[in-house]
Design a protein around this ligand. Structure first.
Ligand code: FEO
Length: 396
């Protein structure tokens, strides 16, 4: 079902209500998502992006019910990832010669995935395509936001930025616009999307936001490729991204631990107590990693000034799940954050040192050798753990 965006511009995407994992099993999407495709039905008919492969037939059937596919003059592929390009093979069966406008890298990603030699037209930043009615599409390369092939497309006169993944959120809703949905839900999903997907490229994003600002384009609508469209004060999400890509922090410390027999759990709680005693204004959150969603923990890490990572020693190492999580933390490429390790052990006790090494390799400033406790806490070591928490609060 198509939905009107503005004038002769329609949403023709797919709402994926049941999606709970994305990028394979890597990312949680508790509230579903959508794959936003857009149709401009002007003097020229233009399709911007498609939808994920499993919905290809449904997408093309819906499109056929709206227009004669042969009337599509141009297809714009802002990004080759399968959630946006996945319906091209089905669509191009009907209109194999229709020109596809995309970046040079998108030609590589599309050919690499679909092994088709479509009628590609390579575009670069500043290139324009006249679509009649006094309107042009202007292309803006968005390399590494978040793939090398990404770009955004700006529609003049209607002042719409089709931003693809950037500014998106995994949020399924039949309310298409940001003034129609719960703002807390929206901003929380926008931050989760940013922290997990865009943050590794924060430095590139910062330059790109400045470049886009230098074009002085009036932006009335930001039409993303996932979730909700920003039409009410669209610059607000650009301002948020500017804030988020500038070493964002809240006044928070996150303690994230794994535990086998609750020794490291008890230690985590004593450390939290020490932090709160030393600085009651500092927000302390405590998470058992194994019982939390790791994509959500990446958001908590994003918000934190410091993370305190705990694991008991098992097999001369940390618990394997924590090693996987720290890999994820490293991938997120956080900057300007501190960290330290802790953990209980029975015999050899290597985990704390190994965690600290991983935190350093993930670009965290590690504030000390950490806190190790052999066997369970007693009254003396409880006090030491509380003191360790107080030291953390002083270092934040
Ligand atoms: Fe939503 Fe990078 O694809």
């Amino acid at each position: 079902m198509k939905k009107l965006i503005k004038n002769d511009i329609y949403w023709v995407g797919k709402i994926d209500w049941e999606l709970r994992r994305f990028h394979g099993e890597e990312l949680s999407t508790h509230k579903g998502s959508s794959y936003n495709s857009y149709l401009i039905k002007g003097e020229k008919t233009v399709l911007i992006d498609t939808v994920w492969l499993p919905y290809a037939k449904e997408f093309v059937e819906n499109l056929k019910s709206e227009i004669d596919l042969n009337s599509i003059d141009y297809i714009i592929v802002n990004h080759g990832e399968v959630d946006h390009s996945g319906s091209l093979v089905e669509l191009m069966k009907y209109i194999p010669n229709t020109p596809i406008y995309c970046t040079a890298n998108a030609v590589k990603s599309l050919k690499g995935q679909y092994h088709q030699d479509w009628n590609f037209h390579i575009v670069k930043t500043g290139d324009k395509l006249d679509i009649g009615n006094g309107r042009e599409l202007m292309f803006i390369e968005m390399a590494m936001l978040h793939w090398p092939d990404s770009m955004a497309t700006y529609l003049t006169k209607d002042n719409i930025l089709f931003s693809n993944d950037t500014f998106g959120q995994h949020l399924a809703s039949d309310r298409l616009f940001n003034d129609l949905v719960d703002k807390c839900d929206l901003m929380s999903e926008a931050m989760k999307y940013y922290a997990n997907i865009i943050n590794p490229y924060a430095a590139i994003l910062k330059k790109k936001l400045n470049e886009i600002a230098s074009f002085n384009l009036p932006i009335e609508i930001i039409a993303t490729s996932h979730g909700i469209i920003w039409r009410d004060r669209p610059m607000e999400i650009i301002e948020k991204y500017t804030e988020w890509c500038s070493d964002y922090q809240e006044n928070q410390v996150s303690i994230i631990y794994d535990t086998m027999w609750n020794g490291t759990k008890t230690l985590a709680e004593k450390i939290a107590e020490g932090i709160s005693l030393e600085n009651p204004d500092l927000k302390v959150k405590v998470f058992n990693r194994a019982r939390c969603d790791e994509s959500d923990l990446i958001v908590e890490t994003f918000k934190s000034k410091m993370i305190v990572i705990g694991s008991p020693t098992v097999g001369n190492n940390m618990i394997h799940g924590m090693a996987g999580f720290l890999n994820l933390v490293k991938e997120a490429k956080f900057r300007n954050k501190k960290a330290v390790a802790f953990g209980c052990y029975g015999w050899s006790g290597e985990a704390v040192k190994i965690i600290n090494e991983m935190l350093r390799s993930a670009n965290f400033e590690v504030i000390s050798d950490g806190f190790r406790n052999q066997w369970n806490l007693d009254a003396t070591t409880e006090e030491l753990a509380i003191e360790f928490g107080k030291q953390i609060a002083k270092e934040v």
